[in-house]
Design a protein around this ligand. Structure first.
Ligand SMILES: [Zn+2]
Length: 464
C-alpha cells in the first residue's frame, strides 16, 4: 500500500499560500511544480455546462463560486453544515454517471451532527443560544434517521426550526452569505471535476487548487466556505491514471470526512487560535466522533481568507508520517500512554523516523506564544523533523484532552471566550495565551514551573 503523506506548498513569500493534502508517497514537496491541468479543465468544463443546463434560464453565469454547481446536487442542511449530495456525477470520459448512493450519505450526515454535538458539549452552556441548540440536535437526528434515498423529503416544520436554531447558534451563514458546505464526490473523476469547475469559474483560485497535491488529495478546500471530499483514493499519479479509483476503507472515509468537516467548524468558530490548537481540536473531535484519526492533515482549511500566520506552525505538520510514528491507532487516552513512554529526564525522546531510532531529547516547551520549532527538530534532519511532527501532533491532542479531563469548566469558558475574539485581517496570534492567563491564572509555554505555567503542569500530569 502507498502512504498518504501531506504536502505543504509555499507559493512565494507572502500570502500566496496554498494548504493542500495529497495521497502521494513522495516526501513533502515545498515548491510548486508544473502539472498537467487537463483533467481539471476537461472535467470542470463539462460539469459547469451540465450544471447550467440543469439550472436553465436562471443560471447565473456571473457566479464564480461553487454555488454554480448547486443544480447538480441535492443540498441537505445539517445546522452549521450543508451537505451536497450529487444527483449526477461524471465518469472519466466526462459522461453522466449515477449520483451519490443513499447509504454513503447516511453516515456523512450523522458525522456532521456529531461534530456539532462535540462542540456543544465543550462550550460554556450559559451562551444565550446554547440551550436551544442542544434541544434541537435530537430532533434533527430523528429527522435524519428517516432518510432512505434522494431526494429526501423536506424536513417537517419542527425539524426546520430545529435546523434554524442550530445554524443560528453557530453564527452561520457567514456575513458573505456563504455556508460551511461539504461537497460529496463518490469518484476521483467527480472530485477532479468539482475542483476543476471551481478553478474555471474563479481564475485567481486556480494556482491554489489546481496543484499536484490536489490532483491526488482526499479533499480540497475550495476557499469559498466549501470543501470537496473524495471517497476513493487516487490510484495513479498522472495522466489517465489519476481517474482510477482506489478503494478507501469505511473507517478511512469516515475519518477523512470528519476531520475535514471538523476543520471547517473549528476554524470558523475560533479562527484566532494558533494552528496547533485548531488542529488538536479537529483531531480530538475526529477521535471523539470516529474513535480514531489516521489522517495526515496539514492543518487549517481556510474559510474566508488566508491567514499568513499559519505558515510556521504548519511546516511541521506537513511532515506527518503515520506508518512509522508511535502515536497512532485508536486513542481513548489521547496518546497519553505512548507520550509517557517517550518521557525522559525533563523532556521527551524524539524519534528519527527515517532511521527508526531515538534521536534527541526535547526539553523545550512548545506551546508558548509564537513558539518556534525547537532547535532539536530543526537541526536533526528530515527523519527527526518527521519524528517531531508526529510527537507534536500527539502532544497537542493530549494537551487538549488534559484540559477537558482536569479543567472541564475553565476549558468551556476558554473555548467560548476564544470564540468571541474578533477576527481581523492580522489576527492576534496570542489571543489563546491571553485567555489562558485569564481563565486558568497560568501562563502557557512560558515557564517550566508547574505552579506558574499550564504546559509545565501538563508535563507533570503526563509523566506522573
Ligand atoms: Zn487537520
Amino acid at each position: 500500500m502507498f502512504s498518504h503523506n501531506v504536502s505543504l506548498w509555499r507559493l512565494g513569500a507572502a500570502l500566496a499560500l496554498s494548504l493542500t493534502l495529497t495521497a502521494a508517497s513522495a516526501p513533502a514537496a515545498l515548491a510548486p511544480q508544473a502539472i498537467d491541468t487537463e483533467p481539471f479543465e476537461r472535467l470542470g468544463q463539462r460539469l459547469v455546462e451540465l450544471a447550467d443546463q440543469r439550472a436553465g434560464p436562471s443560471a447565473n453565469a456571473a457566479d464564480t463560486t461553487s454555488t454554480r454547481l448547486e443544480s447538480l446536487h441535492e443540498r441537505i442542511r445539517f445546522g452549521a453544515f450543508d451537505l451536497w449530495a450529487p444527483l449526477v456525477t461524471l465518469d472519466a470520459k466526462g459522461r453522466e454517471a449515477p449520483g451519490a448512493r443513499a447509504k454513503d450519505l447516511v453516515d456523512r450526515g450523522r458525522r456532521l451532527l456529531a461534530l456539532q454535538r462535540y462542540w456543544l458539549e465543550r462550550e460554556d452552556p450559559s451562551e444565550p443560544t446554547h440551550a436551544a441548540a442542544r434541544a434541537a440536535l435530537p430532533q434533527i437526528e430523528t429527522w435524519w434517521a428517516s432518510f432512505k434515498a434522494l431526494p429526501h423529503a423536506p424536513p417537517s416544520e419542527d425539524a426546520q426550526s430545529a435546523l434554524a436554531a442550530l445554524q443560528a447558534h453557530f453564527g452561520l451563514p457567514m456575513r458573505s452569505g456563504r455556508r460551511l458546505t461539504m461537497i460529496f464526490a463518490p469518484t476521483r473523476a467527480q472530485y477532479l471535476a468539482v475542483v476543476g469547475a471551481r478553478g474555471l469559474l474563479s481564475g485567481r483560485m486556480r494556482r491554489h487548487i489546481w496543484t499536484a497535491a490536489d490532483l491526488t488529495a482526499p479533499f480540497t478546500s475550495l476557499r469559498d466556505g466549501s470543501s470537496v471530499l473524495a471517497s476513493t483514493w487516487a490510484l495513479g499519479r498522472e495522466g489517465a491514471g489519476l481517474l482510477d479509483d482506489g478503494g478507501m476503507s469505511k473507517p478511512e472515509q469516515e475519518q477523512w470526512f470528519t476531520h475535514a468537516a471538523a476543520h471547517q467548524l473549528v476554524f470558523w468558530l475560533v479562527p484566532t487560535a494558533p494552528p496547533w490548537f485548531v488542529e488538536a481540536l479537529s483531531i480530538d473531535a475526529t477521535l471523539a466522533v470516529c474513535g480514531a484519526d489516521e489522517t495526515n492533515c496539514t492543518g487549517c482549511r481556510e474559510i474566508e481568507n488566508i491567514p499568513a500566520w499559519w505558515l510556521g506552525g504548519l511546516e511541521a505538520l506537513s511532515l506527518l508520517s503515520r506508518e512509522k510514528g508511535p502515536f497512532r491507532g485508536a486513542s481513548a487516552t489521547r496518546f497519553a500512554k505512548p507520550l509517557r513512554a517517550a518521557a525522559r529526564e525533563g523532556g521527551f525522546t524524539i524519534l528519527d523516523l527515517e532511521r527508526e531510532r531515538p534521536a534527541e531529547v526535547l526539553q523545550a516547551l512548545i506551546l508558548g506564544p509564537n513558539a518556534p520549532t525547537p532547535a532539536e527538530a530543526v537541526h536533526g534532519g528530515l527523519g527527526v523533523r518527521k519524528g517531531f511532527a508526529e510527537f507534536q501532533r500527539a502532544y497537542t491532542v493530549a494537551f487538549v484532552g488534559y484540559l477537558q479531563q482536569e479543567f472541564p469548566e475553565p476549558f468551556r469558558r476558554l473555548l467560548s471566550a476564544l470564540r468571541r475574539v474578533p477576527y481581523r485581517a492580522v489576527p492576534d496570534s496570542t489571543a489563546l495565551h491571553t485567555l489562558v492567563r485569564e481563565h486558568f491564572e497560568l501562563t502557557l509555554g512560558e515557564s517550566t514551573d508547574p505552579a506558574l505555567d499550564l504546559e509545565a503542569r501538563f508535563r507533570v500530569w503526563l509523566t506522573r
